[in-house]
Write a protein that binds this ligand. Structure first.
Ligand SMILES: NC(=O)c1ccc[n+]([C@@H]2O[C@H](COP(=O)([O-])OP(=O)(O)OC[C@H]3O[C@@H](n4cnc5c(N)ncnc54)[C@H](OP(=O)(O)O)[C@@H]3O)[C@@H](O)[C@H]2O)c1
Length: 258
């Protein structure tokens, strides 16, 4: 399979790295266009995809084209490519470009799918939200799902809750990185070397998240399981409550969504 990226920034690079890491594609199977050609060539050398000087050249051989420029650029970038995209599948990662909007722009002759991936796709630990409405053939959609499943979890949702869900999955890696940084700062403050602090905190978060995911247990029950009466953990939990951790996280999701 040949795929193309129009726009090769953080999100597209994460997907390309993930597809290679998951052994789904080789660099030579992926073409990409972005206006800053020096940057594109540097990223191509680092990741292995084929850099192209024109969007039309990038999509020529591709069966699946990822639209990965900024949402406000979609119309300007893709309206001129409408005939070149005929018969191909356009998978848009641009926030807010739902199937209905894509269809208004590109009509019936391009197979259209809106998805919202996240940057941990680079290490095959992504979460991708896929809109339930689409105009992709059954066989091609299986191929798209197989690609996305190779780089993490895939969850199908209706358009009306995709933005809210993506405020957690798409923006969440930044929130999680801040939590890693904060906990590691606490460890460093108390004498743990910086590099080891990151390793310990990130490993702990993977473990805590895996425990929740695999057991399906309520997060409150998992918390209670670590808090012995009068012990050290409940003192930390009380400090987090005082600092308003949960309210802050809810506000972060609201702020991203709005
Ligand atoms: N980052 C995430 O975690 C995430 C998650 C879900 C969805 N998304 C979506 O992914 C899309 C890209 O986000 P990003 O974070 O990857 O942004 P980014 O790093 O700023 O990348 C944007 C890309 O678009 C390219 N571009 C600019 N003008 C263009 C044009 N006229 N034609 C083609 N490409 C053009 C840029 O190229 P130059 O660098 O050469 O200017 C760059 O490669 C957005 O629509 C966003 O909503 C991102």
């Amino acid at each position: 399979m040949k795929i193309a990226f129009i726009g090769m920034g953080n999100m597209a690079q994460a997907l390309a790295r993930g597809f290679i890491k998951a052994d789904l594609l080789q660099g030579k199977d992926m073409t990409a266009f972005a206006p800053n050609q020096d940057k594109l060539r540097q990223n191509a050398a680092a990741i292995g995809f084929v850099p192209c000087g024109e969007p039309k050249v990038a999509i020529r051989e591709a069966e699946i084209v990822f639209a990965a420029c900024k949402p406000y650029q979609m119309e300007k970038v893709f309206a001129p490519l409408k005939s070149a995209l005929k018969g191909k599948t356009l998978v848009s990662v641009a926030s807010g470009w739902t199937f209905a909007k894509l269809h208004e722009l590109l009509g019936d002759e391009v197979q259209l799918q809106y998805i919202l991936p996240n940057t941990p796709a680079a290490v095959c630990k992504g979460v991708t939200i896929v809109e339930s409405a689409h105009s992709v053939s059954a066989e091609r959609r299986r191929e798209v799902f197989a690609l996305l499943a190779g780089v993490g979890q895939v969850v199908e949702l209706p358009a009306n809750i995709m933005s809210a869900a993506s405020s957690v999955t798409g923006c969440g890696p930044a929130f999680a990185a801040m939590i890693i940084e904060g906990l590691a700062d606490g460890a460093v403050k108390n004498g743990v070397p910086r590099a080891q602090a990151y390793e310990l905190v990130a490993g702990m978060l993977i473990g805590a998240a895996s425990l929740q995911l695999e057991t399906g247990m309520h997060p409150g029950v998992l918390k209670d399981g670590v808090c012995s009466p009068g012990g050290t953990t409940i003192k930390g939990v009380a400090a987090l409550e005082e600092a308003g951790l949960r309210a802050a996280l809810i506000r972060a999701v609201d702020a991203s969504l709005n």
